[in-house]
Design a protein around this ligand. Structure first.
Ligand code: NAD
Length: 485
């Protein structure tokens, strides 16, 4: 496999200090795919210093034509090498290969166009006109400027997509970046570094990629450094809270995309076979998606009918070898995550929910971190498996009495990232959707995802938005200039 084991620091593809490396493990086979640089604090310090220097001294922050050219070169290089990258993503993430033709790889390369076009479309300056203040008339010019050096920290579940979702708008805005990917998925980031070094005119230091085996040690240098102006983070709410705490010392901007426990509300007039026969798709990518609707709310009046359809869907769900196009789920990312998910399944049973499909490790595979698609019914909305993010192939079905009860249960969560409502009436579904405290929601099968759709969460699902103009503006500062009127 044609992977890149080196980091990108200050325009060069480099080994870690003292040549330190760590193994990148394939979660489906438990075999070593290859090695990758294991950064020291000194490596991270060099990357931060390079990004700072590039922001202060290179033309990047002010030259929009240069930014457009470099980002288009990167997009072309990624598009031209997508068949080199695809097997790397499948191997290190354990994602079903089918997903790499969409959100895990191809669609995010195509979606770069939206952020690159924004460079031309965005209103960078705006005159407010004349205003009188203390007897003086003045004009005001409002100027948008890049915020500075961005530390981008990403998780392992959709690593390539999330790397691009952060670095492309940040770079388009004129920021410089240090990208720190998750330890489990380094090649989805080092490939981007390789393409930048070998196929683009990015000035040295504008974008740096630093890989490390320890999840927190070098990453915390980004969150504490006074030379970093902003942290753009996707990951768990626990780490999001830690970042909020440690960044307070330097008061840098923090943008957080965190966990979820989203509800799919099926109303009593919905077409049950149409809506529920694909219910097992919550197990796609083994449930390792923050926006997956992991709670399914069914009306008591049609509960048994709904459960029967969902159960059949779970029993038919194809999972296993991620390179097989028939499978929509592979393994979990690592042994620790598998144990964590199995722990939640045990807890669900101990707290009285009824497990009707799955419920344990997938023992038909000799190797790999596989867990059976698992369906719980009669789940208490306050129980652990209805409240905590499991990040595995587990669905909790919860009965409700009427629409108000469904809304109350859906909002009974510390998260608010996504959701769905299905009804025979679009108006009824939409009015329920408006009552859910969540950043995104699908009504009657409508998809909210797109390069121009703001994505993010309410409450403990995060702060700020990724994608769209709202996402682009996360990376900008606002300067107001007073001019003689
Ligand atoms: P994680 O929070 O453990 O790690 C995410 C990243 O943070 C990794 O790169 C890790 O090395 C780094 N990190 C860990 N400790 C750190 C620290 N103290 N300071 C700075 N960085 C640190 O999450 P994960 O296990 O990699 O991913 C799963 C989580 O991500 C789930 O909770 C999931 O919901 C969430 N997620 C959210 C979204 C979203 O857009 N809302 C998308 C994907 C995943």
């Amino acid at each position: 496999m044609n992977f890149e084991s080196r980091m990108l620091i200050d325009g060069e593809l480099v080994e870690a200090e003292a040549g330190r490396t760590y193994n990148n493990i394939n979660p489906a086979t438990e075999e070593v795919i290859g090695v990758v640089a294991d950064a020291s604090p000194g490596d991270m310090q060099r990357a931060i210093a390079a990004a700072r220097r590039a922001f202060n001294e290179s033309p990047w922050a002010t030259d929009r034509e240069l930014r457009k050219r470099c980002l288009l070169q990167l997009q072309t290089a990624l598009a031209n090498t997508r068949e080199d990258l695809r097997p790397q993503i499948v191997a290190e993430v354990g994602t079903p290969i089918a997903l790499t033709f969409a959100i895990q790889q191809d669609s995010c390369i195509d979606d770069m166009t939206w952020d690159i076009d924004v460079i031309d479309r965005y209103e960078w300056e705006r005159e407010l006109g004349v205003h009188e203040f203390f007897g003086l008339t003045s004009n005001r010019l409002v100027v948008k400027e890049p915020i500075g050096v961005v530390g981008a920290i990403t998780p392992w579940n959709f690593p390539f997509m999330l790397n691009l979702s952060k670095i492309v708008p940040a770079l388009a805005a004129g920021c410089t970046v240090v990208l720190k990917p998750a330890p489990d998925t380094p090649y989805s980031a080092t490939w981007i570094g390789k393409m930048i070094a070998e196929h683009t005119d990015f000035p040295a230091g504008v974008i740096n990629v630093v890989t490390a085996s320890d999840p927190a040690e070098v990453a915390e240098m980004l969150t504490t450094s006074p030379d970093v102006d902003m942290i753009s983070f996707t990951g768990s709410s626990v780490v999001g809270k830690r970042i909020t705490e440690v960044t307070s010392a330097t008061l840098k901007r923090v943008f957080l995309e965190l966990g979820g426990k989203s509800a799919n509300i099926v109303l009593d007039d919905a077409d049950f076979p149409a809506v529920l026969s694909s219910a097992s798709m919550v197990c796609m990518h083994s449930g390792q998606g923050c926006a997956i609707t992991t709670r399914l709310l069914l009306p008591r009046s049609r509960y048994d009918e709904g459960v029967a359809i969902i159960k059949e869907s779970f029993e038919k769900f194809g999972y296993g070898d991620p390179n097989d196009f028939a499978n929509m789920a592979g393994p979990l990312i690592n042994a620790k995550q598998r144990e964590r998910v199995l722990g939640y399944i045990e807890k669900g049973q101990a707290e009285g929910a009824k497990c009707v499909v799955g419920g344990g490790p997938a023992t038909q595979f000799d190797k790999g971190y596989f867990v059976q698609p698992t369906l719980f019914i009669d789940v208490d909305p306050d129980s652990t498996i209805a409240q905590e993010e499991i990040f595995g192939p587990v669905l909790a079905v919860i009965p409700y009495d009427d629409d108000d009860d469904a809304v109350r249960i859906a909002n009974n969560s510390r998260y608010g990232l996504s959701g769905a409502v299905n009804s025979g009436s679009l108006d009824r579904a939409l009015s329920v959707a408006r009552r859910i405290r969540t950043g995104t929601i699908a009504v009657n099968g409508g998809q909210w995802f797109g390069p121009d759709s703001p994505f993010g969460g309410y409450r403990e699902s995060g702060t700020g938005r990724e994608h769209g103009i709202a996402g682009f503006e996360e990376y900008l500062e606002t300067k107001t200039i007073g001019l003689p009127g």
